[in-house]
Design a protein around this ligand. Structure first.
Ligand code: SF4
Length: 418
């Protein structure tokens, strides 16, 4: 039974009403600042600029005071305005100057789907040939947005639906923060007042650390009071384990870290997450320890997708407990390592299966008996293919992986990503 409903969304400028107030004092640490991306007509897309970059654009590019940048950020991220003419507290001459030099261009919502459980998924067009997915998951007292960082993914994890589509390109800062803007606008989110969007997880399509600068800059806007005002710990970056970039993230940003572990042994993880051949578990855990030590008092989350007969056996649970205990000891904090158990969400053509409920409970119990908190992530939005590991956009694949996967499906095989 199809329990979904499709709704067309038009991304059009809002007629904003309220006059902006003064700029808030709290801004996250500045992201690295390469030259801003340009729209196709050469104008700067304001969505590409975090607070420091937008201030520079106003001061150096337009010869204006930087508080003007603060006004514009509030119009865009708090009131969802995209037309400079709606920004009524800017003078006419400045609005004309902005019109000439800049645009406010959000991704195009091609469609969205609402799940029976309240989960919401958007397919967002990033250019005429590529689209990505973004998912909103409401829960008691919180609303989490799962954001994509790349069109497809090059890392080719064997149990991942996104991997079967191959890879096209990194998303720009505008395309990443644009996902938050589209969802927040749809939800009627008002930062600091009516928060429907309380958490962001960089766990959608792509490996965020492979698109470091754009992701860090977008996360800076998410955490800025003039952006979406999210606390550092409410923005989580999830990585498959790009070890050098974890260290760089620790130095340049201050967000929560999640690691897609999925196996406690190198030989098994090599087959599930091919990146492990480059950065094996010991190196990955060392980097996580360094990250946790830098963010004293904050835990690191290890995601563990349970696959039937693959990584759900007692020896896997035992080894996982050993890894986590060792992590806690090195960080010198109880429960510094948190484990999220994610029952595998099947997709067409995969060779992996979800374990039965008894097997999932037995695995969890083994972790609990060792004193670990290990919640099993509830499957959300599976009626609209929005559950963990199921995201798929439209990817003009540059890796041939998509074609290989299709060929394998036609041959009755599947799991060409293996
Ligand atoms: S699990 Fe994450 S890192 Fe691995 S292929 Fe999928 S999107 Fe990429």
């Amino acid at each position: 039974m199809d329990r979904t409903r499709d709704i067309a969304i038009e991304v059009v400028p809002d007629a904003a009403a309220a006059a902006p107030g003064t700029a808030s004092a709290r801004a996250p640490a500045a992201a690295s600042a390469p030259s801003p991306a340009k729209a196709a007509d050469g104008r700067t897309n304001i969505f590409d600029l975090d607070r420091p970059a937008l201030e520079r654009f106003f001061e150096e590019g337009l010869g204006e005071k930087k508080f003007r940048a603060h006004q514009v950020m509030k119009w865009i991220h708090h009131r969802y305005a995209t037309d400079f003419n709606d920004m009524t507290d800017l003078g006419k001459a400045l609005r004309a100057k902005l019109e000439e030099r800049a645009v406010v261009h959000a991704p195009t919502a091609m469609f969205d789907k609402a799940s029976a459980d309240g989960t919401h998924k958007w397919l967002l067009g990033m250019d005429p040939k590529n689209a990505i997915e973004t998912v909103y998951i409401p829960d008691k007292g919180r609303g989490t947005l799962c954001v994509s960082s790349q069109v497809g993914c090059a890392l080719n994890c064997t149990f991942c639906s996104t991997a079967t589509q191959g890879f096209n390109r990194n998303l720009s800062t505008a395309e990443i923060i644009g996902q938050v803007w589209v969802a927040a606008r749809h939800l009627g989110n008002v930062p600091h007042q009516q928060r429907r969007l309380t958490n962001v997880v960089m766990m959608g399509m792509g490996e965020p650390l492979a698109n470091f600068d754009n992701v860090v800059r977008a996360m800076s806007i998410m955490r800025d009071d003039l952006g979406y005002g999210l606390a550092n710990k409410r923005v989580t970056l999830s990585t498959a384990g790009m070890v050098p970039m974890i260290d760089r993230l620790a130095a340049e940003s201050d967000v929560s870290l999640a690691v897609s572990l999925h196996a406690p042994f190198d030989d098994l993880r090599d087959t599930l997450v091919p990146l492990n051949r480059k950065y094996p578990i010991a190196e990955l855990m060392d980097a996580c320890v360094r990250y946790a030590l830098r963010r004293k008092g904050e835990s690191v989350t290890f995601e563990y997708t349970l696959m039937k007969g693959v990584n759900d056996q007692p020896e896997h649970a035992r080894a996982l407990v050993g890894l986590m205990r060792d992590f806690d000891r090195r960080v010198q904090m109880k429960d510094a390592a948190k484990v999220n158990l994610i029952p595998f969400n099947p997709f067409p053509g995969t060779r992996f299966e979800r374990p039965g409920d008894d097997a999932i409970r037995a695995f969890q119990k083994q972790l609990n008996n060792a004193g670990m908190i290990a919640p099993v992530r509830r499957t959300r939005g599976d009626d609209i293919d929005a559950a963990c590991g199921q995201l798929k956009g439209q990817v003009m694949d540059r890796t041939r992986r998509q074609a290989e996967f299709r060929r394998s499906l036609q041959a009755g095989g599947g799991d060409a990503a293996a």
